[in-house]
Unconditional design. Sequence first.
Lengths: 357, 490
Amino acid sequence: MLWSLLKSVVAITIAALIIAAVLIALGASPIGVLFALCEGAFGNWYALTDTVVKATPLIFTGLAVSVAFSGALWNIGADGQLIAGAIAAGAIGPYLGAWPRPIAIAAMLIAGAIGGAIWGGICGWLRARRDTNEVISTIMMNFVAAQVLSWTVHGPLMEPSRAYPQSRLIAPSAHMYMFLEPSRLNLGIVIALLLAAGCYLLLFQTRLGFQIRAMGRNRRAATFFGIPIARLTIGLLALSGALAGAGGAVQVSAITHRLYERFSPGWGFEAIAVALVARLNPIGIVISALFFGALDNGSQAMQRAQGVSPVLVQVIQALVIMILLAFDTPAVARLRASFGVGAPISAAPQTGASADA
Amino acid sequence: MLIARDISRRFGRTLALDRVDFEAAAGEIHALIGENGAGKTTLMNILAGRVRPDSGEVSLDGAPLPAGSASRALKAGIAAVNQSPMLFERFSWEENLALGGFDTSGFDLKKVADRSRALAERLGFELPPTGASIEQRSVADRVRLEVLRALSFDPRVLILDEPTGVLAPSELAPFLDLLRRLRGEGRIIVLITHKLGEALAVADRISVLQKGRMVARTIAAKTSEAELARLMIGQVAISVPEAARITATDAVALKISDLFLNRDGYRVLDDLSLEVHAGEIAGIAGVDGNGQTELVEILAGARRPDAGDFSAFENGSRGRSSLAVIPETRDQDGLVLDMPLWENLLLAGPLLSRLTPRGWLRRAGAIALCRELLARFSIRAPGPDAPAAALSGGNRQRLEVARAIACDPRVIVAHNVCRGLDIAGTAEVHRILSAFAAAGGAVLLISSDLEELLAMCERLFVMSRGRLRETPVAERDPSRLGLLMAGHWK
């Protein structure tokens, strides 16, 4: 655990050093850029709350990715699942006007979760019953979701005035509870935190969670001991999709209040970085999502103050992922074993503790 | 003349080859026989330069071969064919052969196809039409392609590792003819096999490996299957264990009826029936790959038979939860190596149900159980939180046995449970299983180690090609059992 956290910190540090070198080579000041980033992310009340708001969808998608990864199912489709959830919520939102607010909000969330669950569940079914690699199917379903979204906002869900390719506004009763306005803080972050706690309990405190993790660590052994791999695969990708889909619904309910094309700036993809930095730990996801939310939020201030393109932030994210993945090679595992840190598969027996009788 | 002198090779704790001498002459088919784990494949890998021996050297026609370089061994004229064909499924056969030595200058598929057809014709078999992919071809075709690929280098020595294991009986005779024709060309053919009849039928001389030592080299015409079986198995103590005789009862604990299983067109299990009684240790002997793994998977519930059924009984009533299975490949099937020991206990269904009442994990209870088992079965481990990977092989195996017993089963099915364990580790596992049987449990011990079975089991079955045959005590001499294991049932 300690090593896992250390690994993320080291990866981020190395990424930062590489970026600093690039910035120096380009004649910019790394300190200035860092300062502008922090200023933009935490510098004032508005920046700080907006960092939380930007982190919220990343917590949903980060949890989605991490529960699936825990079962060794590579869900690269959180983006599509989030969009599917948003479409479902955006579709029913305008018709909830007569409903009491708590129930309308709950209906939005449930619709989003169902939409995402269907999107993820399809990939789970394909994996379990048709042996289709879920990496491919989840990626492909991202494009399908984006096209469906585009079609709905040009077609069946398009606003009555037909001025722009966007859906009707959802009913006010379906608006998320907002805090401390004019900030955009809302109940969504609380829901995200509760779900993170729920995912932690599920994975580490329940029978189902154990089965998911056992399947993730050793599919063969899980099969041998009768863990229902096929059902678990379908269920887990549906659950993963539901988490992302609920994130989409929160976004519609709290921030956008309607659907439009390019609804997601790539929350589902950024989620992979979020999950990897958090080492798949649901509680770590919250911290990691806040970190990435802060990067996103600070990147605009960075551009204004230092003239550095916000794309730099994406470069940082990519570097962090690649460095973390490079840490997981067998070579590093062996190196780790030689220092007695962690417990890689090929761990040398620890002295005096495990010799044969 | 291919000569290997004084070859030793150690893998971890096991001495795979112990000062082995081997020689094969030009124009000879030399069979290398031995049980599983006798060191046949290791010797082949050393001859073919894939594995570097700890000591000793290999020479071909007087010239020493550099150790541990497959490409240089190939250049020197030694080609080897693997036990399971290594082909690219989606490629056509000539693309597969293009990786051989037919055309080393460029990638001219037509040249490859023409040359391989010419060679195949000389050897007396036909190739599929050009462009046909490997996917749909029979196993015999694949083996022939592998041989063709090896021959494309025009090797002086051709080593074949159990090439006939996957062939149907009707495909065997043409294949042996092929080997004879290759011998006729003056090549050295080394045939690795555990099928005695085949070795006698085709080989000129036979070398016998037993537990890493070369115990005999005989002329095929001057020996018999019975003698070879005795050489292969070596000296084993024949005794019926006292404990088993005392505790065995009439109550059926495990009943397997008429199991059938087909896979890839082969009959893996063929009308297999068996009863194991409470208080006894019953054994199934057999060469690996005769359906044992599939039988164990069926008993574990991880695989469905095509027909047939099995039940475990407790006081006359059925119940699958009273059956605990210890798989053969402990690191792949039995454990999750990077999970802590206490979580590994939860893999077993009964323990998972007991320790997750209403779905919630009782972590403290699981850790306490793990600590208790570590103490009770003297498993040397840093503690319940240590990952399974931190344990030695012997202690991993003890953990699996402890887990099976903790499930409180009526029947334990154990597959090659002592493979890779040292003497003390083996004795300890046997002691635990005997105690379990003495307390009224039933044990089905499936093993390729005859010595173990003869020491442990009162009733002994032999498994061959998915069928089961009980051997009366009178039949338990090594050569007879060797013949039975080789499929000679009469």
